[in-house]
Design a protein around this ligand. Structure first.
Ligand SMILES: NC(=O)c1ccc[n+]([C@@H]2O[C@H](COP(=O)([O-])OP(=O)(O)OC[C@H]3O[C@@H](n4cnc5c(N)ncnc54)[C@H](O)[C@@H]3O)[C@@H](O)[C@H]2O)c1
Length: 360
């Protein structure tokens, strides 16, 4: 039996617990949360408010880190140092130095699985698109456009003391909500980000310290340019567009990352992609989640468990989950300095910008 601990039992912790329970050979050994009311949301063999107790238990194999962003690095490092496998929610880190600590810890424990959650990559359509782009079916990828819009208002930001704070959340609509579409777009197009220009703004919300608009242009290896936008506009529910264009075709994903359009000379490829789109869900909806998360936590947790059992790399190792996170931090840094940011970011000079409210 694989023994699992979930640390952080707020909104997403119960989704991890439900995904873990789908595996018959797995036991939820620990639920851990500093807040007793949140702790009560996840039923497990044992409960604790102190993560150190989880790390000290030699029977624990896998730790799911489901806390707010600045806690991630210490918990990942703690889990790996204690000999556990670990899977951590997005974003891995709210600063470049935490990102570096996580990568260093994963590299220092190569026999342990260390995975970063980006569940939307597990949709069958996304996986196939990634494969055919990598095989060259769409030719040289020349442009990527990501446009994400949602509404997060005062009620949402009041739902947790960490939300909307520079230090505690590390950013706003980009690092928390838009990161899913930004990651999916960069991953699907095979982008290797080199330099980031852009700006973030706080246009309308007095209750937060972080951005409600993020706009970046990313120069990538091979001449690919990525335009990324994440907008908390106060009007729109949850919408996204990802457009990938190459020298031999293009495709567009829309809301729910469904296939809106595919331009390609091969009818067989177009039909295959359209067929995959209609089986976008894995058919195992989880309790405790929301539609916007999609249903793919189950697939990612299953992949992590399978990787542990077979000694292989997970589909999203922490090193694979870094790029969108780093591009977003680079845009924050570019806003603060007024200059394009080159990746990897210089950890020592990183700063989140001071964002005066524009509508004040
Ligand atoms: N993948 C997705 O679709 C998705 C969706 C929602 C949230 N998330 C991510 O999940 C993470 C958690 O978000 P949430 O909305 O569940 O937050 P939340 O505030 O609802 O829950 C976080 C919990 O962690 C607990 N906690 C924090 N530090 C702790 C520590 N050191 N030890 C024990 N408990 C600790 C808090 O008490 C809190 O109950 C964030 O990284 C967020 O971005 C991902």
């Amino acid at each position: 039996m694989l023994q699992v601990a979930v640390i952080g039992c707020g909104v997403i912790g119960p989704v991890h617990a439900a995904a873990v329970r789908l595996d018959q050979e797995t036991v939820l050994r620990w639920a851990c949360d500093r807040d007793p009311a949140k702790l009560a949301r996840v039923a497990a063999e044992r409960q604790t408010q102190d993560a150190a107790e989880v790390f000290a238990d030699p029977t624990v194999d896998l730790v799911c880190v489901c806390t707010q962003h600045p806690e991630h690095a210490a918990l990942i490092v703690g889990a790996l140092t204690a000999g556990k496998h670990v899977v951590c929610e997005k974003p891995l880190a709210s600063t470049p130095s935490d990102l570096q600590r996580i990568l260093a810890a994963a590299a220092a424990h190569p026999r342990q699985v260390a995975s970063g959650i980006f569940q939307h990559r597990y949709a069958p359509l996304a996986r196939r698109l990634r494969q055919v782009v990598a095989d060259g079916a769409f030719g040289t990828i020349t442009s990527l456009d990501v446009d994400f819009v949602c509404t997060r208002d005062q009620g949402y930001y009041a739902s947790g003391a960490w939300r909307g704070k520079r230090i505690a959340e590390g950013g706003g609509v980009a690092i928390n909500q838009g990161i899913h579409s930004i990651d999916l777009g960069l991953w699907l197009s095979g982008a290797e980000a080199r330099q980031v220009s852009g700006r973030v703004r706080r246009r309308r919300l007095a209750c937060i310290e972080v951005e409600d608009l993020f706009e970046a242009e990313v120069a990538c290896a091979g001449g690919l340019t990525a335009k990324l936008r994440a907008d908390n506009d106060g009007v729109t529910g949850w919408k996204q567009r990802i457009v990938v264009r190459g020298s031999r075709g293009s495709f567009t994903l829309g809301d729910g990352h469904r296939l809106l359009a595919v331009e390609h000379s091969s009818g067989a490829l177009r039909e295959e992609l359209q067929a995959l789109d209609s089986c976008n869900l894995d058919g195992r909806p989880l309790g405790g989640g929301k539609d916007v998360y999609g249903y793919h936590h189950a697939l990612q947790i299953a992949d992590v468990i399978e990787a542990i059992r077979s000694g292989r790399r997970p589909m999203v190792a922490v090193a694979d989950a870094v790029q969108a996170n780093a591009v977003i931090l680079a845009t924050y840094h570019a806003t603060a300095t007024g200059h394009p940011a080159v990746l990897p970011l210089d950890q020592s000079s990183y700063v989140y910008p001071n964002l005066p409210l524009e509508s004040a």
